[in-house]
Design a protein around this ligand. Sequence first.
Ligand SMILES: [Zn+2]
Length: 333
Amino acid sequence: MLPFKLVYSDAYFLPIGTHVFPAEKYKRIHDRLIATGVAEPADFLEPQPATDQDILLVHKPEYVQKLRTGTLSAREEMEMEIPYSRELVDAFWLAAGGSILAARQCLTDGVCISIGGGFHHAFPDHGEGFCMIHDVAVAIRRLQRDDKIRTAMTVDCDVHQGNGTAAIFAGTRTASALLPSASASTLPHPAGTTRPGKMRGTHAGDVFTISLHQHNNYPLFKPPSSIDVDLPDGIGDDDYLAWLDNALSSGLRQFEPDLLCYVAGADPYVEDQLGGLSLTIAGLKKRDELVFRVARARAIPVMVTYAGGYAQNVEDTVTIHTNTVIAAKEVFT
Ligand SMILES: [Zn+2]
């Protein structure tokens, strides 16, 4: 029995046909966790779909109406990069419900992982990059509305920048200031690269957003997060972990969150088809451990979602996501 809960439903599956996004990964992760004895059936909680009222805490009524009535324009559907269907709408509402449940549950257990979600490219008025609804933002706003939390921090380690997250929470800022440049200059330049990574950021508001991502990758336009770490192509485990450690320290010096939302994308992996970084499976597990250790040391509850993962071999993606549960088990036991 795990010392925390996992949130999962077979209905997390995204009905998108043959697609680079391996929609079957959620079930495969679930089955791997059971088959390897990492988890047992009693460790899982079954989520309920978010309500339209929950979704409207983040998304514009016109957009929600279009999704509910199947009236997206061809251009809007193309931008989302997944084929619209009523069933797909249901899957995204369920992902948001799963993130709400995970966020609520981690407040009592210290950590909770939803074997899904992390749709960080969804904006209030449109979807893009395989993301229709921003489940993590919905969870944060719902817990704030319920007075369960006041503040939250997102730590987005997907290889793609969390543009939706940055845009959604930018509106809450009241002031901005540059980070001390010393925080970036103290880091070594990544080995074998001519262009050092770069950390930039501004913040004031109730949700602090951190994104570590490959600079030369989607999205082309990256709205500013509280801290953005723009990583050069091909960065490996050690440099990545140094940047992550630095960004977490810097963020937690500036901000005290009641909840940490970790977006644990599997796509910084060296064999990812949509990523250009060079992390190993072992390095990605260390990444998870680092986030969990920092959160545990400061007694900040962590909710985890899975976001992207497009390894040539889908089994690698499943291994990386399964390791996130193992890392949590090791840190939180
Ligand atoms: Zn991604």
